[in-house]
Design a protein around this ligand. Structure first.
Ligand code: MOS
Length: 713
C-alpha cells in the first residue's frame, strides 16, 4: 500500500519513489553549510532592532545622541531619519505588503513589539548593548488586545478566498435532523518558532543590491524589496541557500528591510538577526480562533446541516485572515451548508500563514464536531465520515482531481486496529491512566504555481539544475535531484541542483504545499526539452547546453477540478486522572497525497506535521497580557512545544495516489500532516475520559477542572 507499489512512469529504474538521504546532509551535519546569519563578509556591520515597549501610541522622541557615543556604534535609524519606502503595490503573491515590514516610516505604534529603531555597530554585541540603552519616549494610548468570540466589531473578511459561502436553510435542516451538534471550539495564538531565527545580510555590490537571507522564496523577497525600495528587480539579488525552517513565517520581514536601509546608508554590508523573543512580535504567528460548528444529520448519519463559522484576529495595520471555516468547503456536503470567516482588528502584530493556515485550527473544530455527532447518533466515527463522502466539491461543484480518503481510512483502520475498539468512553483504565483512541480526517489543497528552471548538460556528462526553489528543511533539493534524474534518465549522482538564488529566474515559494510540485514541474519540462536537444546529437560545448522552462501556461489547466490531498489520522492517548496530564502513546497517519518523491524526507514532513499536531493539541499557547498588550513568556521556556519525551511512536504512510494531471504525479505534503492531528488527539481524550475538550491546548488544569466527575467515577 505504500511507495513500493508506486509504478514508475517508465520501465527504467526510477529515482523518484526511492529513499534518498539529503544531498546537502553531510554539509549540514559538519557545519559546512552556512546559514544566513553566519555567511562571512568583510567589513560587516551589525544591526539590532529596537521594539516598542507600549502597545499603542506615538513615538515622541528617540534619544539617539547618547547611543551614538557608545563603543562601535555607527548609526541609529528611526522614523525621523529613515529613507521613505513605497508600500503602494500588490506583491507577487497577490497581497499588499504588511506595513510592519515597512520600518520607520511614521511615529505611530500599532502594537507592542513594533520596530521603532535600528542600532548599527561594528559588532553584534555593541549593537545589542546600544539598542538596549536607547531611550524612546512614547505618548501611550489605550490599547485593546482582548480577543473573544463575543466581539461585536468582527466582520467577514475574504483573504485569499470568499469570506462566506451559503447554501440552503440551516434552521430548517437542523430542525429536521435526528441528531444535532452545536459547539464552540477555540484555539490559542500559536507561533512558528523555526529553529533558525530570521536573519539577513544586505550589501551593495557593483550597483546591485545583494541580500543573503533565510526565506521561503528568493523570487518573492526580491520582488518585495525591489518594490519597497523602488528598485529595478534586476538590480536586486536575494540568496537563501540553507533555511532552518520557515512554516510560513519567512517572507519579507522588518529585519531585511532594516538591513537594506542601513547597508545603503553606510555603504557596507549590514546584518540583522532577530532574537527568539523578537520573533514573537515580528515573524507573524497563527491567530487564535473561536469557531462555532453546527451539524445535523439523519438517523443514518447523512448530513442535512453544516455550519462552520470562524473568528480570528488581525492587526490594525494589515488584514490577514486565518480561513478556518474553509476546510468544511472541501470535506463534507449537506443540504444546508454555511461557512464564514470573520476577523476582528486589535492592537496586536499581524498574524500570517502558519503550517496549514485555516485547515489546522479549522480541522480541530470540524473533526471534533464530527466525532461528537458520531457519538450522538451511535455511528462509528469513520463510518460517519465515509457515509458523507461527497461526489464533487461541496461548494465549488467541481469534480475532484482525485479523492482517496476512503483508502486512507481503510488502511489506517486496519493498521491501527480500529475494529477492536469499544466506542464507549471512559472504560479503559491502566493504573492511574485512562486510555482512549480517536480519529479524524485531513485535507489540504493541492496546487501548482508557475516556475522557471534552467538545466545545463555539462561537457563532463553531468547536469546542473538551477531553480529559485527554497529548501526550508523539506528536502526539496534532494527531491528535485531525483525528479531531474528521472526526467533526464540518468542516475541522481549525475545531477547537481542549485537553488535559493533569485538570479535563476522566477519560481514558486516553498509554501502552500506547492513548492516541490511547482519546481518539479518546471524541472521536468526543462529536462524534456534538454533531452530532445541532446537526442538530436548535439555536441556539448565547453559552456554546456542550457535550456530554460516556464510552466506559466501549463499549470493553468489545474483550475478545472477541485484538488486536495487527504488523510486519516489516528491517536491513542493516556490521561493521568491524578495530574490531568495527557500523553500520546502512538499516532498513525495514512495519507493520499500524490506520488511520493522521496519516502525518507516525505515521512519527515508528515511525521513533523503530526508531531506539531501533538504540540497543538497539548502544549502550544502564546499568552497575551491584556494589561501590557505584550506576551507573557515570549521564549521557548514560556512557550511550550512538544519535545522528544512528548513524542512517542508516530507513523506516517501513504496510499498510492498519483495526481493524474501532474507530470510527476505529485500533490504536495508540506502541510497535511498537521491537519486533523489535534482533533484525533482530542477525540481520543474524550474516548479515554468521557469529557470533551473544545479548547486547545488540553492542559492538565483543564483536564482536572473538566474531568473531576469522570475521573472519580
Ligand atoms: Mo506554508 S504556512 O504555506 O509556508
Amino acid at each position: 500500500m505504500s511507495t513500493a507499489t508506486t509504478t514508475p512512469a517508465s520501465a527504467e529504474k526510477s529515482a523518484v519513489g526511492t529513499a534518498h538521504t539529503r544531498v546537502e546532509g553531510r554539509d549540514k551535519v559538519t557545519g559546512a553549510a552556512r546559514y544566513a546569519g553566519e555567511v562571512p563578509f568583510a567589513d560587516l556591520a551589525h544591526g539590532w532592532l529596537v521594539l516598542s515597549t507600549v502597545a499603542r501610541g506615538r513615538i515622541r522622541a528617540v534619544d539617539h545622541e547618547p547611543v551614538l557615543a557608545m563603543p562601535g556604534v555607527l548609526t541609529v535609524l528611526h522614523h525621523g531619519n529613515a529613507p521613505r519606502l513605497d508600500t503602494d503595490f500588490v506583491g507577487l503573491l497577490g497581497s499588499r505588503p504588511d506595513p510592519t515590514c515597512a520600518v520607520f516610516q511614521h511615529d505611530r505604534v500599532p502594537h507592542m513589539g513594533w520596530p521603532v529603531a535600528l542600532v548599527v555597530a561594528e559588532t553584534s554585541e555593541q549593537a545589542r548593548e546600544a539598542a538596549e540603552a536607547l531611550v524612546v519616549h512614547y505618548a501611550s494610548e489605550p490599547h485593546d488586545v482582548a480577543f473573544s468570540g463575543g466581539r461585536t466589531d468582527a466582520y467577514p473578511a475574504d483573504g485569499h478566498m470568499p469570506a462566506v459561502t451559503d447554501k440552503g436553510d440551516l434552521d430548517t435542516e437542523l430542525a429536521a435532523s435526528a441528531a444535532v451538534v452545536d459547539a464552540v471550539y477555540t484555539t490559542p495564538e500559536e507561533h512558528h518558532n523555526p529553529m533558525e531565527p530570521h536573519a539577513a545580510t544586505a550589501r551593495w555590490d557593483g550597483g546591485r543590491l545583494e541580500v543573503v537571507d533565510s526565506n521561503q522564496g528568493t523570487t518573492w523577497v526580491r520582488g518585495e524589496l525591489a518594490n519597497l525600495f523602488s528598485l529595478d528587480p534586476a538590480a536586486v539579488r536575494v540568496l537563501s541557500e540553507h533555511v532552518g525552517g520557515g512554516f510560513g513565517s519567512k517572507g519579507v520581514r522588518a529585519h531585511q528591510v532594516a538591513a537594506v536601509m542601513a547597508a545603503t546608508l553606510l555603504q557596507r554590508p549590514v546584518r540583522v538577526v532577530l532574537t527568539r523573543r523578537q520573533m514573537f512580535s515580528l515573524a507573524g504567528y497563527r491567530s487564535p480562533t473561536t469557531q462555532r460548528v453546527r451539524l445535523g444529520c439523519d438517523a443514518d448519519g447523512r448530513l442535512r446541516a453544516l455550519e462552520h463559522r470562524s473568528l480570528s484576529l488581525t492587526s490594525t495595520v494589515h488584514e490577514f485572515v486565518e480561513p478556518s471555516a474553509a476546510v468544511a468547503r472541501a470535506m463534507y456536503d449537506a443540504d444546508a451548508h454555511h461557512t464564514a470567516n470573520r476577523v476582528v482588528r486589535l492592537d496586536v502584530p499581524t498574524p500570517t500563514w502558519m503550517r496549514a493556515p485555516g485547515e489546522a485550527p479549522g480541522s480541530f473544530a470540524l473533526e471534533s464536531a464530527l466525532d461528537e455527532l458520531a457519538e450522538r447518533c451511535g455511528i462509528d466515527p469513520i463510518d460517519l465520515r465515509l457515509r458523507n463522502e461527497p461526489e464533487k466539491g461541496p461548494v465549488s461543484g467541481l469534480p475532484f482531481g482525485s479523492r482517496n480518503l476512503r483508502a486512507c481510512f481503510h488502511e489506517g483502520a486496519r493498521r491501527f486496529g480500529w475494529a477492536e475498539r469499544d466506542p464507549r468512553p471512559g472504560l479503559r483504565r491502566e493504573g492511574r491512566w485512562l486510555l482512549g483512541t480517536g480519529t479524524a480526517a485531513a485535507s489540504f489543497p493541492a496546487g501548482a504555481a508557475p516556475s522557471t528552471a534552467v538545466l545545463t548538460a555539462e561537457p563532463d556528462g553531468s547536469f546542473t539544475v538551477r531553480i529559485a526553489a527554497a529548501d526550508i528543511g523539506t528536502g526539496a533539493r534532494t527531491a528535485l535531484t531525483l525528479v531531474a534524474a528521472d526526467a533526464l534518465r540518468v542516475a541522481p549522482d549525475r545531477v547537481r541542483v542549485r537553488i535559493g538564488d533569485s538570479d535563476f529566474g522566477p519560481a514558486m515559494i516553498a509554501g502552500g504545499s506547492m513548492g516541490t510540485r511547482s519546481w518539479a514541474w518546471a524541472v521536468t519540462a526543462a529536462a524534456g526539452e534538454l533531452r530532445e536537444r541532446l537526442d538530436l546529437g548535439a555536441d556539448i560545448p565547453p559552456e554546456g547546453v542550457t535550456v530554460r522552462s516556464d510552466t506559466s501556461a501549463a499549470v493553468g489547466a489545474l483550475a478545472q477540478r477541485e484538488r486536495h490531498s487527504f488523510g486519516a489520522q489516528f491517536a491513542e492517548v493516556a490521561v493521568d486522572v491524578t495530574t490531568g496530564e495527557v500523553r500520546v502513546r502512538r499516532m498513525l497517519g495514512v495519507f493520499a497525497a500524490g506520488r511520493i518523491v522521496n519516502p525518507l524526507t516525505a515521512r519527515n514532513q508528515l511525521v513533523g506535521g503530526m508531531t506539531w499536531g501533538i504540540s497543538m493539541a497539548l502544549h502550544e499557547e502564546a499568552v497575551r497580557d491584556t494589561a501590557s498588550g505584550g506576551h507573557v513568556g515570549a521564549d521557548l521556556a514560556g512557550y511550550h512545544v512538544a519535545t522528544h519525551a512528548d513524542v512517542p511512536l508516530v507513523e506516517a504512510d501513504w496510499v498510492d495516489d498519483p495526481d493524474p494531471d501532474d507530470p510527476v504525479g505529485i500533490k504536495g505534503i508540506g502541510e497535511i500532516g498537521i491537519v486533523g492531528a489535534a482533533a484525533a488527539i482530542a477525540n481520543a481524550v474524550w474516548h479515554a475520559t468521557g469529557v470533551r475538550h473544545r479548547d486547545l491546548p488540553i492542559r492538565p488544569d483543564r483536564v482536572l477542572a473538566a474531568g473531576q466527575g469522570a475521573a472519580r467515577a
